[in-house]
Design a protein around this ligand. Structure first.
Ligand code: TRP
Length: 334
């Protein structure tokens, strides 16, 4: 059966942009029976960006609770934490030893960090660059290669990492025989990129996000803060350049969107549109929000689910790692 795999970095609190762009399509895909899917919390990846233990811990809990609250089908997919699979880190070292340093030098995230350092003419190019950041793509390659996943649904920013995983796998196979499946990025061009409070892409790095499970009152407040232009209520308005419309469209059915588009053409007041958007989001999110808060109250339940997932995942990773160790010459002496 075809194997797919999705990694979710556990940093920060999931927001509407994550929901529309990544979580919703992945949860829908989790119900497919023609593929075996692996979904995991990339919590060792989180250590690269965050060295506050309380925040690392909290984010693992929030991200796991979010996916469960939204209906991830955990009987059908294998759902686990990366940190519960020790074989992934052993594999990381094994493939680190076949990865060219020059390949890692070309990684966008690393290059961006160096370029930023060099913006200061006296700057140290390596300032703030840990080996974790530098080796990030190798850990990601291990996540994927460990489970022989072929199709990896990712955002555009991850395409280079998938190419690197392929390169690493091919190099290993060349040296030690055909052990790894070469993975491919699957980029869904149709998934919406949501705009944030200030009209730029909704992103943690711009601080313009609306958290997915914000309590009702502050959800309303955030929506009231979304930037609009100063046209009077009766003036016809362009939905395509309007943040309120963009968000509404991402959550609404086609007929609902068409009806609102017609209202824009007639002229709709911003206050009224904000109210419509709030009510629509709130009705969509209130049920999973309640489940989310219940899940946060029972972290040991979530932990059990993750441990069960890890057990299923290790049925694959443990024998495969044993095979790989033998392949590189780490095997009993007698
Ligand atoms: N790097 C990915 C991101 O930031 C998360 C991730 C880690 C991942 N390991 C993965 C995604 C393996 C797909 C496959 O979005």
């Amino acid at each position: 059966m075809e194997i797919t795999l999705t990694g979710i970095t556990t940093t920060g609190t999931p927001h509407l942009g994550n929901y529309v762009g990544a979580i919703l399509p992945a949860i829908e895909a989790s119900r497919r029976h023609d593929v075996q899917s692996f979904y995991f919390l990339a919590d060792y990846h989180a250590l690269i960006k965050c060295q506050d233990p309380a925040q690392v811990h909290r984010s693992r809990l929030e991200v796991a609770a979010t996916w469960l609250a939204l209906g991830l089908d955990i009987d059908n997919v294998i759902f686990y934490a990366q940190s519960d699979i020790p074989e992934i880190l052993e594999l990381t070292w094994i493939i680190t030893c076949v990865t060219a340093k020059g390949l890692m030098n070309r990684a966008h995230a690393y290059k961006a960090a160096v370029a930023e350092n060099l913006a200061d003419p006296d700057g140290d190019p390596d300032k703030g660059v840990t080996m974790g950041l530098f080796s990030y793509p190798i850990l990601m390659a291990a996540d994927i290669l460990m489970f022989k996943a072929r199709k990896i649904p990712v955002g555009r920013d991850q395409i280079q990492h998938l190419e690197m995983a392929r390169d690493i796998a091919a190099r290993f196979n060349h040296l030690y025989g055909e052990h790894f499946v070469l993975p491919e990025a699957v980029v869904d061009e149709k998934t919406a990129v949501l705009v944030g409070l200030d009209g730029r892409k909704m992103s943690k790095s711009y601080g313009n996000t609306i958290p997915l499970f914000e309590p009702e009152k502050s959800l309303r407040k955030l929506i009231m803060r979304i930037k609009t232009n100063s046209l009077p209520p009766e003036a016809p308005k362009d939905p395509e350049t309007c943040t309120l419309f963009q968000i509404y469209q991402a959550f609404a059915r086609a007929e609902e969107t068409a009806a609102i588009r017609a209202r824009y053409a007639q002229g709709i007041g911003w206050g009224e549109m904000k109210q419509i958007l709030f009510e629509h989001l709130n009705s969509r999110l209130s049920e999973p929000r309640q489940r989310y808060h219940e899940l946060l109250q029972t972290p040991d339940h979530i932990e059990r689910i993750l441990k069960q997932g890890a057990q299923r995942a290790r049925e694959h990773s443990a024998p495969f790692l044993a095979e790989l160790r033998r392949a590189v010459g780490i095997r009993p002496l007698g």
